[in-house]
Design a protein around this ligand. Structure first.
Ligand code: PRP
Length: 213
């Protein structure tokens, strides 16, 4: 478990980092040197007794589930994929995106079922499988860790299941969305034990954040 004195907050590297750090700063939760460019993994504010830990995006739920962080900010898409046992405290509203399936424009098939038994490249194999199974489709999942859009371009897969925000990556790589799987925003999550032991601190933070949303 985390040190009782401190509130440990897991923030993901990447797109949500800046938005999360800015919002926390607005409610007075910050630390010197907390910046996207820093390579420091633990940043402490001794006055406030707050520790920030900076993790890979997909790992935030893991740190929180095991109590290495009391709370964290992470996308709903990542929470779903992780299957971790954590409390979801607040929908922060930002980081809006959707998980979808896309294919190369020139290789589009007549309907979704026509992709049965083909390969799909994704960072979200569990969520993707749940979706395809619900549609009665069996697929072959190829787990990638980034630049998913490359998969169908080089013949690794027929399609992708990935996140779209602005649509720029799809457009620039001649891919077309064929079905939306889910929508997501950033969430504040908490470790179940921490939420009880540090209830006052965490609850105050939630209430302060609500006023800023
Ligand atoms: C995400 C996602 C898409 C892209 C979508 O990748 O996997 O590739 O953003 O955004 P857009 O619709 O605004 O173009 P990210 O930049 O997080 O990096 P990754 O490819 O390494 O996962």
């Amino acid at each position: 478990m985390t040190d009782e004195q401190y509130l440990t907050i897991a923030l993901p590297k990447g797109k949500l980092f800046g938005l999360s750090a800015d919002l926390l700063k607005k409610i007075g939760i910050t630390a010197e040197g907390l910046s996207e460019k820093s390579r420091k993994l633990v940043i402490t504010n001794e006055d406030l007794k707050i520790k920030f830990i900076i993790t890979k995006t997909a790992d935030v739920p893991t740190y929180v589930e095991y109590g290495a962080a009391d709370i964290g900010i992470i996308g709903k898409d990542v929470i779903e994929e992780s299957g971790k046992d954590i409390y979801e405290l607040l929908d922060m509203g930002f980081g809006k995106c959707r998980l979808m399936m896309a294919v190369p424009k020139d290789k589009k098939r007549a309907c979704l079922a026509d992709y049965s038994h083909t390969r799909v490249a994704t960072k979200f194999p569990h969520t993707a499988e749940k979706f395809f199974v619900s549609r009665g489709m069996q697929m072959e999942y190829i787990k990638l860790n980034g630049s998913i859009e490359l998969g169908p371009i080089v013949g690794l897969s027929e399609s992708i299941v990935d996140i779209v925000e602005t649509g720029t990556t799809l457009r620039e790589n001649n891919l077309e969305e064929i079905v939306t799987i889910s929508e997501a925003t950033a969430r504040l999550i908490a470790n179940r034990v921490s939420y009880k032991l540090k209830f006052e601190r965490i609850n105050k933070l939630v209430e302060d954040l609500k006023k800023e949303l």
